[in-house]
Design a protein around this ligand. Structure first.
Ligand SMILES: *Cc1c(COP(=O)(O)O)cnc(C)c1O
Length: 377
């Protein structure tokens, strides 16, 4: 079905087309100067020491686990209300994801109090996910990590240029991971970035993204080196320059796009004030957010099911989604089913993601909210 109002719309114009054409004409299409330029731009925009461009965020998370030395037998605490890659990456290194509940219907991010209860002798790290671009409670989480000698990995896929106090999300823990999948705030089709202020971790990540080789093809092509050694069992997790050139244009556009998204959120909040049966999470969140998505939570007294309401919205031409089916309820995590993440499960049954993108017009927001008022009874 072709929706009149899609969930997301790419923020692309001829700038992206021209950037790709320039790379094609340069004849250097794999990892090279554009990937490096994108990394330098990330360091500048995110005020961080090191940026490592990668194929996607799933591998960024995998490398984060590896460079932090996580391994078989370790436990890593993570949310369940997230994309499955957050948890799967923990298993890639043989460690075990231990799922924590969300804080509340208002604050859909990981609950620091629940993290404390889940810590055992085996716990080595915490993965946080800044839902919709709203910062997790990082002061509490960092202090729990310090007290228990745990690493902190930020799955910051939802939050490029989002903030917590004076810092950008993804630069607060040991390592931050970003995705440039098509529907993210910054889109390159596939793509990812690992950020860290730790030089040693960045160097390990760079080594591991390219087969554990001590030099990359571009350096050899440029005559900077003629040979290489292989010093670790690495992967091919490199981003190519075609995608990096898209990333450069997209990152340049991001601040303006995020301002527009803030206005869209504001329009939603205003239009939903008169709708009794719907709650907007993160209503009084104090820090700047990228507004990657716009989630709403139906009140418990709404008689129609979440799925019936979604169907009605779809019939009115409005595309919606759910972020996310809880990871601990998926079949491959079947032994986690009884974890009793009551807040995650309760909110999941009442959660709907509404359309969100910079160009979403206020009239459309009003139309969506009018339909919701009609259906959410
Ligand atoms: C998109 C996303 C990922 C996966 O990113 P890919 O680049 O598609 O691998 C991981 N975690 C979260 C929270 C995401 O939104």
């Amino acid at each position: 079905m072709d929706y009149n109002i899609p969930l997301f719309d790419l923020n692309y114009d001829d700038k992206e087309e021209n950037a790709v054409l320039d790379v094609l004409r340069s004849k250097w299409i794999s990892t090279g100067p554009k990937s490096q330029e994108l990394e330098e731009m990330f360091c500048e925009y995110f005020k961080v020491e090191h940026a490592v461009s990668l194929t996607n965020c799933t591998v960024a998370l995998h490398l984060a686990m590896e460079v932090l030395g996580l391994q078989e037998g370790d436990e890593v605490i993570c949310p369940s209300l997230t994309f499955v890659a957050t948890a799967n990456a923990i298993r890639y290194v043989g460690a075990k994801p231990v799922f924590a509940d969300i804080k509340s219907e208002e604050t859909l991010t990981i609950d620091p109090e629940h993290i404390k209860k889940l810590i055992t002798d085996k716990t080595k790290a915490i993965v946080v996910m800044h839902y919709a671009g709203f910062a997790c409670e990082m002061d509490e989480i960092l202090s729990i990590a310090r007290e228990n000698n745990l690493k902190v990995i930020e799955d910051a896929c939802h939050g490029p240029l989002s903030e917590f106090k004076d810092k950008k999300l993804g630069t607060i823990g040991d390592v931050g991971c970003f995705s440039f999948f098509s529907n993210k705030n910054l889109s390159t089709g596939e793509g990812g970035m690992l950020l860290t202020n730790n030089r040693e971790l960045a160097e390990k990540a760079k080594l591991m993204r390219s087969h554990g080789m001590t030099t990359m093809s571009y350096n050899r092509a440029k005559g900077h080196s003629t040979s290489y050694d292989v010093v670790a069992l690495g992967y091919n997790y490199r981003m190519d320059d075609i995608r990096a050139s898209l990333g450069i244009v997209q990152l340049g556009k991001l601040p303006e796009d995020l301002e527009k998204r803030s206005k869209v959120r504001f329009a939603y909040e205003r239009a939903l004030e008169s709708v009794n049966n719907i709650k907007v999470p993160f209503k009084n969140h104090p820090y700047f957010s990228s507004n990657y998505i716009f989630p709403i939570v139906l009140s418990e007294n709404v008689e129609k099911s979440r799925d019936e309401i979604r169907d009605l919205l779809h019939k009115s031409g409005i595309q919606t989604s759910i972020h996310y089916p809880p990871v601990h309820l998926f079949d491959i995590y079947y032994d986690e089913k009884e974890r009793g993440l009551s807040k995650t499960e309760s909110v999941y049954n009442r959660l709907i993601t509404l359309p969100m993108y910079g160009k979403l017009a206020e009239e459309k927001v009003d139309y969506i909210c009018k339909k919701l008022k009609e259906y959410a009874v």
